[in-house]
Design a binder for this molecule. Sequence first.
Ligand code: GLU
Length: 191
Amino acid sequence: MCGIVGYIGKEQAAPIILEGLEKLEYRGYDSAGIAVFDGEQITIKKTVGRLKALVELTHGGSMMPGNAGIGHTRWATHGAPTDVNSHPHYNTKETIAVVHNGIIENYIPLKNKLERRGYQFVSDTDTEVLAHLLDYYYRGNPLEAITKVMHRVEGSYALGVIFAEHPDRIFAVRKASPLIVGKGKNGCFIA
Ligand code: GLU
């Protein structure tokens, strides 16, 4: 069982997300990663192994500026536990980042279709299909793209998504997987 944490607010996001992921460590995982929008672009750091390795890689999150981001601890179901297969996953332009808990059952036909349209995959995960499919449907409106993707994917999932063109929002959807949203004075959370 993996874990998802997202934060957007007044504080630096990365240290808060890492702290949240620590609280979900008990669920078990094989790799961890984080995506933060730094004001210009989405930066992703991810690594196989313990969360501690990600904390070290990002200096406790301090080397990742930005007030909005998503993090993940992965329990591999599709693709070996490797750095590349760890979440978050990007679209090719690196303008959309996705973390996913669950399984996309029809990812093979979707992947074949996207490859025929020129999309190149870098990982073996079912999750990467979501990043490219969001890219395919995105015309400036994230909710519209997410809704279209939800109509096409089968399976169970909780997703956290950020769009570089919408730095003031993080997006979360779920189907048959648990997901909660928290709203506070200084920020909002998903987990
Ligand atoms: N199915 C996805 C993968 O293998 C997500 C697994 C999870 O829930 O951590 O990458």
